[in-house]
Design a protein around this ligand. Sequence first.
Ligand code: ES4
Ligand code: ZN
Length: 323
Amino acid sequence: MNLPEDLPKAELHLHIEGTLEPELAFALAARNGVDLPYASAEELRRAYRFDDLQSFLDLYYALMAVLRTADDFAELADAYLARAAAQGVRHAEIFFDPQAHTDRGVPLGTVVEGLAGALERSEERHGVTTQLIMCFLRDRSAESARETLDAARPYLDRIAGVGLDSAEVGHPPAKFREVYEAAGALGLRRVAHAGEEGPPSYVREALDVLGVERIDHGLRAMEDPELVRRLVRDRVPLTLCPLSNVRLRAVDLLEDHPLKAMMDAGLLVTVNSDDPAYFGGYVGDTFHAVREALALTEDDLRRLARNSFEAAFLDHDEDLRAR
Ligand code: ES4
Ligand code: ZN
């Protein structure tokens, strides 16, 4: 029998830029003539110690300097898909951050062509079906998000939905009401990070104002029993990332993570890797870690895997085939 962490599963919260392993960063830096302020991949890896979300984001955005060509993006995505497949992932819904690239002069077309090229080959190469979700950076203006959606119009055949990420506190979902309305009108699926560092009210706002179908993280919803009842009743999926929460100090120890309590409360939670190159593991590693830290049973792990397909943007026939 397979190890429980190898169960077929869908990964629904994964930033492709967060899969940039130090070794690939160095290889791309050399290829593109980019100077990195680290002597080696080992030294870079040692810099992966964070106090909070912002301290991580600073390094995450800085390292993107090595990503320049469509081939770079394709190589990044293909490396992730190979790793994910080896850990039981059969379907992946992958975030990318257009503004983090266009702001440094990399055209959106380059990013999408590269990523979508790798994703198109993924089912054949890795046995992983995929979708692409473009995220707006919430610490930039609403106008910038709107410009990004407009710039994406030629590529919407390759983009399934929109998301909202980056520094949360001080940037409530309502700031992005119009762009989410426009995205919905274009037939795009909608998700948003909420309740990672921000308060439960941001989770409500993402649902009520942005019309999202899933909440990314949603950890802090647990502080609001009325909100929990609503999330349970409406079966709103929460894409949890336990290793990320430990590394960014949203929880002290994995043993303190509310994943199991959230399952017991009847919430539709999934387990995901977020930025696996930075947070110490891909999704199979994460299943393994939470199993140990929270004494999850094989039944719990099966339920998490089943939840991941239920929460995915798959039609149900596809969903059954994937399992
Ligand atoms: C992110 Cl962990 C996390 N939170 C918010 N935005 C992000 N972008 C990449 N990783
Ligand atoms: Zn995230």
